[in-house]
Design a binder for this molecule. Structure first.
Ligand code: PHE
Length: 370
């Protein structure tokens, strides 16, 4: 009996050592201590023994039981450790990996310039106004001192849209896709009494196409009206704008007399630049570059907008966003702006989180992405 039980102990301990996972270890425990387990059976047998032998045998059996239990416990701890290590290894995360995928989308240079222009004029106290792309001729032409048959209408290569597609085309009643944002001067005056200080960015359309013209392009209109607004305010305002926009302390600026039916006097503003074979550098240089049209709002325009020209006066300007984008970000061909080529966007686009502000940076092209 004694020998038999020593052998049993040795074989059980051997099996415990061989158990490679918690499941097989538990199977051993059940085979030994379960209801019909090897040790349990032997415990049961004690009852049939003679009293003197029973005491001896029970003592022996209990010792073996304890050492098997200890061994099970030890092996269990080892296997639990191993299981935890294996889990930690398989669930390891590399904390140096970026926690989110890189921002994929890009902001189009035109949107970026619109943001920049709004940031600058916002600082100067202007509000942003928006209006429709499909415009009536009153807002696009008539109210801007350009009645039907006015020669200036020919300057603009207008796209007309039939007023009623089932009726014969009538020039007088046709709609247009706006040829400029100047209609927003009228729409603003209709809604609001002076003082007025707005910019109106948006799409504009003319029938024209080459490296610097596309049938759809973008402008920002500006309008300021108050009792004592003068040409000096126009010049100061646009000078501050252009310096802020190109992020330069000094830029040579000149105004050339010009003609727009809706301003009097009218001018075009040029900025100094240096033109080389393959680029234009804004700032000091021997060349000039036209950047915007401007002037004092014509009294007829104020009247059409319901404002008394004897009490109020103001200035207006219009600038081409696409042109400014080409200039500021060195993009050579305007037509590529609207080809929706993802490679072009990756190259010329802007990271969405780098928004423009006068304090945080306008173009904000720092960091890993352009
Ligand atoms: N609307 C003019 C254009 O498209 C620009 C302009 C706006 C000129 C406002 C003067 C004042 O060319």
């Amino acid at each position: 009996m004694m020998e038999d039980i020593e052998n049993l102990k040795a074989s059980i301990l051997g099996e415990i050592q061989k158990a490679n996972d918690l499941k097989s270890l538990d199977d051993i425990r059940v085979a030994v201590f379960g209801k019909k387990g090897e040790i349990t059976e032997r415990m049961k047998m004690l009852g049939q023994m003679e009293p003197e032998k029973r005491i001896e045998a029970a003592k022996e059996l209990n010792l073996i039981k304890t050492s098997i239990e200890e061994e099970l416990q030890k092996r269990k701890a080892v296997l639990e450790d191993e299981a935890l290590n294996a889990r930690l290894k398989s669930e390891k995360i590399d904390v140096t990996l970026p926690c989110r995928p890189e921002t994929q989308g890009r902001i189009h240079p035109v949107s970026k310039i619109e943001e920049e222009v709004a940031a600058i004029f916002g600082e100067l106290g202007f509000e942003v106004a928006t209006g429709p792309d499909i415009e009536d001729q009153f807002h696009n032409f008539n109210a801007l001192n350009m009645p039907l048959n006015h020669p200036a209408r020919q300057m603009q290569d207008t796209f007309y849209i039939a007023h009623d597609k089932d009726a014969p085309f009538e020039m007088e009643n046709a709609y247009v896709v706006r040829t400029h944002t100047s209609g927003m001067q009228i729409r603003t005056m209709e809604k609001q009494q002076p003082p007025i200080r707005i910019i109106a960015p948006g799409r504009t359309y003319r029938s024209d196409m080459d490296a610097t013209h596309t049938p759809m392009f973008h402008q920002v209109e500006g309008l300021v009206i108050d009792k004592t607004t003068t040409l000096a305010h126009l010049k100061g305002c646009l000078y501050d704008f252009i310096k802020a926009f190109f992020e330069l302390d000094e830029i040579p600026v000149r105004y050339r007399p010009s003609y727009f039916p809706f301003t009097e006097p009218s001018a075009e503003m040029d900025i100094g630049c240096l033109k080389t074979k393959d680029e234009i550098k804004v700032g000091a240089g021997n060349d000039w570059l036209e950047v915007l049209g401007c002037g004092m709002v014509h009294p007829n325009v104020l009247r059409a907008g319901g404002i008394d020209p004897d009490e109020y006066q103001g200035f207006a300007f219009g600038l081409g966003i696409d042109r400014l984008a080409m200039l500021k970000y060195g993009i050579p061909d305007l037509r590529t702006f609207f080809e929706s080529d993802i490679r072009w966007m990756k190259n010329y686009g802007f990271v969405p989180l780098d928004f423009s502000s006068m304090t945080g940076g306008l173009s904000n092209t720092g960091g890993e992405a352009k």
